[in-house]
Write a protein that binds this ligand. Structure first.
Ligand SMILES: Nc1ncnc2c1ncn2[C@@H]1O[C@H](COP(=O)(O)OP(=O)(O)OP(=O)(O)O)[C@@H](O)[C@H]1O
Length: 249
């Protein structure tokens, strides 16, 4: 058995005439934190959607735990142990934090186990414990992101994919969320695949980085080797752009 938990090999995705991913390959090893960085419209969400069974893949192969999952239905993929936290969080605003977590545990048949898992999630996110009886719609953006990740944890997924967790959040909150994710990784051996538009805060948290632009993987490397940001900037913008500070914000 290989150490790779997820691989997408030579994936092409088309929405009608529009090619969103072109012959793109990525892999994620067990226990890794891998980040896909790229500008708006690069194809990042499409990559996660392809792994979750929700994108029109026209060619290529997707494997999870050495099993082919290309063309497999999203609910079946979820049951195999992949959970996607979509961009924009999508919590149920009128339901309480507790109810949001309980519903996410529907995948488990055993209600005792679901109860234990609510407790397990609250241990990682003490902030959610304080807000347990609040409607999720009244939470701050950071708290909603925590809840969205908490919901993914309820499924006991082996691989959690998070689409732009930093979007609209203050740097302090972003770091806090990453610290919690790394804590969960350490405690549970979880594997994480994360999309981000900006690289600066991610480089210190991720093990490995892919830069995606125009549906094509432009760069792959260990975060430690890319720390100065130069190669990332070049791949991100497609040309030498010494003054391109956008990715550094
Ligand atoms: N359902 C769809 N139908 C048609 N085109 C789509 C669809 N979803 C995405 N696209 C297009 O595919 C391209 C890649 O989109 P995608 O959302 O994967 O990029 P992204 O890197 O995640 O960008 P963002 O940061 O804006 O979410 C974009 O040009 C987008 O407009």
């Amino acid at each position: 058995m290989s150490n790779t938990i997820l691989s997408l090999s030579h994936i092409t995705v088309r929405y009608g005439q529009m090619t969103a991913l072109r012959d793109a390959s990525i892999h994620v090893d067990k226990g890794e934190v891998v980040c896909i960085i790229g500008p708006n419209g690069a194809g990042k969400s499409t990559m996660l959607a392809a792994a979750a069974g929700g994108a029109p893949v026209v060619s290529g192969n997707i494997q999870f735990n050495d099993k082919a999952i290309t063309g497999v239905a999203p609910e079946k993929i979820a049951r195999l142990g992949i959970s996607l936290v979509p961009e924009g969080r999508h919590v149920f605003g009128s339901l309480t934090v507790e109810e949001n977590l309980q519903i996410a545990g529907y995948i488990q048949k055993d209600s005792g186990q679901a109860k234990q898992d609510v407790e397990r999630v609250l241990t990682y996110f003490p902030r959610l414990r304080e807000r347990l009886k609040f409607p999720a719609g009244r939470l701050s953006g950071g708290e909603q992101q925590m809840l969205a990740i908490g919901r993914a944890l309820m499924t006991r997924a082996k691989l959690i994919m998070v689409d732009e967790p930093s979007l609209g959040l203050a740097p302090k909150i972003i770091d806090q969320i990453y610290q919690i994710l790394l804590d969960i990784r350490r405690t549970e051996g979880l594997t994480l695949l994360i999309n981000e538009q900006s690289s600066s805060r991610i480089l210190k948290h991720a093990d490995r980085i892919y830069v995606l632009r125009g549906g094509v993987i432009q760069l792959e490397g260990r975060a430690a080797d890319l720390a100065d940001g130069e190669a990332i900037r070049e791949a991100y913008f497609g040309f030498q752009h010494s003054d391109a500070r956008e990715t550094q914000q």
